[in-house]
Design a protein around this ligand. Sequence first.
Ligand SMILES: NC(=O)C1=CN([C@@H]2O[C@H](COP(=O)(O)OP(=O)(O)OC[C@H]3O[C@@H](n4cnc5c(N)ncnc54)[C@H](OP(=O)(O)O)[C@@H]3O)[C@@H](O)[C@H]2O)C=CC1
Ligand SMILES: O=C(O)C1=N[C@H](C(=O)O)C[C@H](O)C1
Length: 250
Amino acid sequence: MKIALLGYGKMGKIIEKIAIDRGHEIVLKIDYDNLHELTVENLQKADAAIEFTTPASVLHNIDVCIAAGVPVVVGTTGWYDHIADVKDKCLQGNGAVMYASNYSVGVNVFFKVNQLLAKIMNNYPYYDVQVEEIHHMQKLDSPSGTAITIAEGILDNVAGKSNWTNVLITDNPETPQEPLKPEQLLIESHRIDSVPGTHTVIYDSEVDTIEFKHTAHNRNGFALGAVLAAEWLQHKKGFYTVHDMFNFDI
Ligand SMILES: NC(=O)C1=CN([C@@H]2O[C@H](COP(=O)(O)OP(=O)(O)OC[C@H]3O[C@@H](n4cnc5c(N)ncnc54)[C@H](OP(=O)(O)O)[C@@H]3O)[C@@H](O)[C@H]2O)C=CC1
Ligand SMILES: O=C(O)C1=N[C@H](C(=O)O)C[C@H](O)C1
């Protein structure tokens, strides 16, 4: 398969290696310094595009892929308020778009078990629940997209929680913190060194604590999942999430 890489940063470089190892060819690489090469004509040289850039550029990049008729796997996070608009554009433009807050198999298993755990814990309202995420210092968005997906899995199943709220923990003890309402699900974000991504769901009661945790050791799992998604999306039309590709029903 011929692949266009939109974004050639930490993820783009690993995706390139994994794609080549799987027998694919990279026909276009777009980064901040050659944005003028992102044209419909150039994109049409590819069978699929894989997009890992920034929250500020992702919407434009998806638009160009739809205009070119090239399926696009979107990894960028931090744009999820626009999902409904992007879905409309994709369907109206007869495009093919897949998005996911996290493409790794391990995290997608974690998402599934998180929903099951939340269903069980809904019967025990004396446990309070919160989500914690830790990422590297260069991360632009908070909370992480993965933490949002985890929070949605909890909000769908735990009756005592109605919406999530985010606190980015800084080193500054003066940073004001709003008091939390009981129905708010806290997502605590930490930015430490070069951590690839750690997510923990914590159910806490007076008598004990249950911690459910996923730790990425590197970015290879995210990158492999994105390449698998491009293989899956090739020749399809429509708007998909990674859940359409992974089937963990038992
Ligand atoms: N869904 C998933 O599984 C995962 C998602 N992510 C998400 O992917 C995104 C990228 O992550 P990561 O690779 O670590 O980030 P990086 O900052 O390492 O890479 C982003 C790259 O995009 C480039 N860029 C900026 N603007 C544009 C543009 N308009 N068109 C093309 N390229 C552009 C940047 O160039 P320059 O540096 O010159 O500005 C940079 O090289 C983030 O949103 C992150 O949250 C990350 C891991 C897994
Ligand atoms: O920015 C990152 O690095 C990551 N972003 C994704 C997210 O926001 O959840 C996925 C992964 O955790 C790494």
